[in-house]
Design a protein around this ligand. Structure first.
Ligand SMILES: [Zn+2]
Length: 317
């Protein structure tokens, strides 16, 4: 596995991997798609890799392959669960403490906590002692967009690494070099991604981006008033009909609108969509708050069509 575009960060992660274990629990803070989860997996492989220290992780030995396939007992992933996936509760924290008390077959048991800021205060309290003094064979990775939402007592027991978005140019050249995108397409995606390669890769994996872009612009051509919401909602829903595409499509739609909103606020519409929205007399501030609500609903795993309709209403009400 490679850490896309993250050479300097990689240097910091290499030291503990060579040494064979992490000093502390680590917080990987940064926007979604900025490589936090890949970095945690990379370290989990590195800690357990069978190769010589300077070659870890090799990505090829049985331990590395087990980590990648997700079948390793040494890799525990925790994320918000329950119906609305809103929180990580104390029961989950207690079960985790129980699980890590068993020694691993490999060298280091790695616990990745996704959306760690969604741990309840009780759950964080229950884990405090463990973060402070984990068993010697355990490494924690707390992944979060909002590190300040974690208890200060948790933060003070962890080493925080920030995954800042990359420069647009860096993303663009990565997409051309590693993904063989044409310069125009790479340029557009790099802008939309806001410097988060993971987002661009999510969109590319669907390989229908240019169609998505053009169809979204088409839908908004006749979108100016509340009476247009139902038609536009159905048209957007039909662009990516398969359940597996919905999340990627929603993130792409959000990115296109966010970029347009920024351009409208600065009164410099450059993208096609911004031009269309301006022509239809949509208000930039309204647009921005509708997008924020859309992103909040997406993060809370609300049905995507519902979130899209709410977005559209917010834009014109
Ligand atoms: Zn290996």
């Amino acid at each position: 596995m490679e850490l896309k575009g993250r050479k300097s960060l990689l240097e910091q992660l290499k030291r503990p991997v060579k040494a064979g274990r992490a000093a502390h629990a680590m917080i990987f803070a940064g926007p979604s798609g900025s490589g936090r989860h890949s970095a945690a997996l990379w370290m989990a492989q590195g800690f357990n890799c069978l190769e010589a220290p300077e070659k870890r992780p090799c990505g090829k030995c049985p331990e590395c392959r087990r980590m990648l396939s997700g079948s390793a007992n040494e890799l525990i992933e925790i994320e918000p669960d329950g119906e609305s996936a809103r929180s990580i509760k104390i029961e989950t924290a207690r079960a985790l403490i129980e699980r890590i008390s068993i020694r691993p077959e490999g060298r280091v048991k790695c616990v990745i906590i996704r959306e760690a800021d969604k741990m309840t205060i009780d759950a964080q309290d229950a884990l405090l002692k463990t973060f402070e003094e984990p068993p010697p064979y355990v490494a924690f990775f707390l992944i979060t967009e909002r590190p300040t939402a974690l208890l200060p007592t948790v933060r003070s027991r962890c080493v925080t690494l920030r995954f800042a978005p990359l420069k647009t140019d860096e993303v663009r050249s990565y997409l051309i070099r590693q993904q063989n995108l044409l310069p125009d397409e790479a340029e557009r995606l790099a802008h939309l991604s806001g410097g988060c390669i993971g987002k661009a890769l999510l969109w590319i994996s669907d390989a229908r981006l240019n169609q998505w872009h053009d169809k979204i612009c088409e839908v908004f051509k006749d979108f100016a008033a509340p009476k247009d919401v139902a038609r536009a909602g159905a048209a957007l829903g039909a662009i990516a009909p398969k359940p597996a595409q919905k999340a990627a499509f929603a993130s792409f739609l959000s990115a296109m609108l966010e970029l347009s909103a920024g351009e409208l606020l600065r009164q410099k519409p450059k993208t096609q969509l911004a031009g269309i929205l301006l022509q239809n007399g949509l208000d930039a501030e309204k647009l921005l708050s509708a997008i924020m609500e859309f992103n909040r609903l997406r993060a809370a795993n609300i049905n995507i069509q519902y979130a899209v309709d709410a977005l559209l209403y917010g834009m014109v009400m």
